[in-house]
Unconditional design. Sequence first.
Length: 746
Amino acid sequence: MGQNIINSFGQPEVLRAYANNVKDIFKTAYNAQNNLSFSGGSEKSTFRLALGNTEETYVIDNNKLIRNNLTFSGNTQVTDKLNVGANITYTNTTSERTMQGNNLSNPFFRGYFTPRSYNLTGLPFENATGQQLYAGGEDNPYWTIKNNTYNDKVNRILANFNAKYDFASWLNADFKIGTDFYNLNSAGFDQIGNRGSGNVAGSTNIGGLVESATNVHNLNSYFTLNATKKFGDFTLSGALGNEFNNNYSFQSTVTGINLVVPGFANLSNAVTYNPSSFITNTKLFGVFADAVIEYRNFLSVNFKARNDWSSTLSPANNSIFYPAVSGSFVLTEAFPGLKSGNKINLIKFRASLGEVGKGAPAYSTDSYFNRAVASDGFGPNIVFPFNGNAGFELSDVAGNAALTPEFTREFAFGTEMAFFNNRLSIDASFYERKTRNVILSVPVSPASGVTNVLQNAGKLSTRGVELAVSGTPIKSRNFSWDLGVNYTQFVSKVDELAPGVTNIFLGGFTTPNIRLVAGDEYGQIYGNAYQRNANGQMLINPATGLPLPTAGVEKIGNPNPDFTMGITNTFSYKNFSMYVLLDIREGGDQYSRNIADIQRNGVGAETAEFPRFQSDNVTQTTPYVYQGVYASGPNAGQPNVTGVTSQAYYGNTGKYVAAEGFIYDTSWFRVREVSLSYRLSSKVLDKTPFKQFEIGAFGRNLFLSAPNYPHFDPEQNALGISNAQGLEFNSLPNTRTVGVNLKVVL
């Protein structure tokens, strides 16, 4: 520091550290929620009208969400036998955001890795014509926040109607029908000069935009005929019914590449267009029967059977039948003497065995042709029609008319217990779940013309325990403490894959990725690793002192946790109430590209652990020595003693050379939520126009301890909410929230 240099703008500058050059990208966001409701009714009818508004921003500019919703619900007793009701909710949501994910237009992609010597907030990010001024290969964070945008608008209607008719005191019919309709319009814009193609593939430098309209209409109807009869100590209940689902979606998308006028977000501004549309329509019809036999108040047996017919399977295989049986025994009702003295209030045992079947994804039984696209992997894609010539190509994934339903069978047993006048409650269960005929996309030889084919290709199993303990350790006239603990532990395994299939890709990249491998736990992390000898010692290149990577990929991590636990505490003192939610996770691995990049770029604190130069300010220090043995040469097999510089240790040919180097344990302890509220007493409320008046403050994500996961919150997943967990690639950071709330009832 203190050196006179010429910066990337060709201007003289004194080299110094800008401590907050990255922190200043962030700002304080806000979330405001307002809700208003009215309710009323008569002896035979009730209604409720509710209005809601939410406005929310994020911790960087140009990220905003506005949501308005209106809900009406009503119910009326038309006759002594007929009751009808309805519920309608309309929601309008508009949002805008910056780029996300693993692309060079994500403001965090560069923001995290900017060296402290670069005055990110003080230097201009664009010239007078709007071209970005930045020496890196990524977009300047401020330039991409301003120029690369995405926004959408959603109108959604959820409506349902229900009617119940009592034929007799023991027999009734119940009918429900509901619809979910929404329209989504979205638009993404990549400015000319962008470096990340955040919205449109191939728009780097030349710009692009995309407009999409999606319409979804889901319809569901449900009819049951219910009967209940008592015969002495026995009570028999039964139900017969059917269910119908119709799910329809239509999406139309137009992308434009190579913009003419900078900043003009209109499709007419693009030189090349690529329109596409998709329609998905699936139907399911099911019939079911349910019978319950109860003896007194302590023994119950429930039998269920259901048959569905799914449009996603061929006519020969579209029938899906699955039964279930469950039972419970209440020991304290069978032997009432156990409850004397209120030391034992409840002891109940339960068990169940059942199956659930489901069809395939839409259009899985046939193979389809898609619009052809030609690309060399570097330049813009050539999309057909091209120069007046049409072109289609077979989809990479082949359909399979022989697909059969996927079934999951589960056996579970558990117990519920309550003691000491219900001040201590325990709910424990064990379950074993086995899934067969799992429908997976199985890799095949590209010589076949496709890369994958859908098959019933596997068997999965899961064993787990769930434990919930709640109690009131302290209870006095003015103070009480309610405590709850939820514990979950499970192991999921891939028992079998299709013959000849060694693994199945679930998601990710060439390295790392998430795979299913027969005989191993579900969804393991695979990637290139450091070469090791038979004793597990890392092999070191004798010429450089750096580790050698494997040529292929191997298992490098297990994302599944050993257990998770939640602890709730509610403290009440007079009219004050305090709620504390603690969240614990033990075990589970994750690959972090963020940590990899801040170390590779030298901005992690650990990369400055040792001085860069020796006392002569010329010779670089070599403080790092990889723990391993030489891979070859006269000292092959001998311990490595070759020191390397910090730059070499964390650089592309050092730790970064293998994905294994950035597998971290995601164990954490966090204070998920804390809230404090005060409610006016009824004595005070009697002197006001209010029926209820409550004011409070809350905080979320207030504290995190992840001792084995530096710099970032491990609660991230690059692949979103999916079955592929364990990869973190430039995800948006979690935020800490503090706020106040007010609840008034007139």
